[in-house]
Ligand binder design. Structure first.
Ligand SMILES: *Cc1c(COP(=O)(O)O)cnc(C)c1O
Length: 291
């Protein structure tokens, strides 16, 4: 089952208008949530980002955060998703094609979920990445439907026989096609600061929180493509990738070409965080059932 406009329906009943501005302009925003054990992971952080993205492109969400939360929970239940993802987007709505915001258009919510297993094999083995100039616009902090720069980047990686790209702006490393990027150097974690040049990943945030808990020093500072050669470890973070090691960059191994110790430690901690969130959720669930 999908959710479209104002109700749940089977996918084949979803009838998108050819005038939808998502279709003409990529005029909309989206979120991807992880579902572990039938529950949304870090839901509040995702909803806050959704609201920020909507405000950033001046779309009024058709429902409150709380209403969307319950729509998504209902989708998870209706589709019996235990381990998976929820995709949702809001476009500015349907109106004849002109650039200005149309007066009469109503924003359109579409959402669905899928059963998706955790990528255990790539998390264990790591992936290969290639570097590429970041040609995206200057509001990469908004999760908008305009993903051409990301699509072209990902395809470039696959064409080169790699799994993903490491993007850079004139030599400064930003992030990957749909995930954030970290290196480890001399025991310190390095990642691009959360400004307008990268998407502020929830998994990035959780990873930084775990690093702080472990006393691993973190530098949220720009670093250069040349620094990649000096990296002891590298990894990406994202809702579906979780923490995935990068073991080859531009055809050369990162250090020994196997996932490094700090990456593994963070992966273990992340796994615990998933279990904690489930335990937490059960507690509030039980508590609300008692109340
Ligand atoms: C969604 C996304 C990420 C990762 O964010 P998460 O909240 O961790 O899934 C990173 N970069 C880009 C470009 C993204 O679209």
């Amino acid at each position: 089952m999908y959710f479209f406009e104002n109700r749940f329906m089977p996918k084949n009943e979803v009838a998108v208008s050819p005038d939808d501005r998502g279709y003409y302009f990529g005029d909309g925003i989206y979120e991807v949530f992880r579902v572990y054990n039938g529950r949304l992971f870090e839901a509040e952080a995702h909803f806050e980002r959704l609201v920020r993205s909507a405000e950033g492109i001046r779309i009024e969400l058709p429902f409150s955060k709380e209403e969307i939360h319950s729509i998504l929970n209902k989708l998870i239940d209706m589709n019996h998703i235990s381990e998976g993802t929820v995709y949702m987007q809001v476009t500015r709505g349907a109106a004849p094609r002109v650039h200005p915001f149309p007066a009469g258009a109503k924003p359109v919510l579409m959402a669905y979920c899928n059963e998706v297993k955790r990528p255990l094999q790539t998390m264990r083995q790591g992936i290969a990445a290639v570097t590429m100039e970041d040609i995206r616009w200057l509001r990469c902090d908004l999760k908008t439907l305009n993903l051409l720069g990301n699509v072209l980047a990902k395809q470039h990686a696959l064409d080169q026989g790699a799994d993903d790209v490491i993007l850079h702006r004139s030599g400064t490393v930003t992030e990957c096609s749909a995930s954030n990027f970290f290196i480890v150097r001399e025991g310190k974690l390095l990642t691009h600061p959360a400004n307008h040049l990268i998407l502020h990943g929830i998994t990035r945030m959780v990873t930084l929180r775990l690093a702080h808990e472990f006393g691993i020093p973190v530098l949220e500072e720009p670093f250069a493509v040349q620094d990649l050669r000096l990296a002891d470890e590298a990894f990406i973070t994202g809702t579906t990738a979780e923490i995935t090691p990068v073991v080859r960059i531009d055809g050369k191994p990162v250090k020994d070409g196997v996932p490094g110790p700090i990456t593994k430690r963070l992966q273990d901690a992340f796994e615990q965080a998933i279990q904690w969130s489930e335990a937490d959720d059960r507690k509030t669930y039980i508590k609300s059932a008692i109340d």
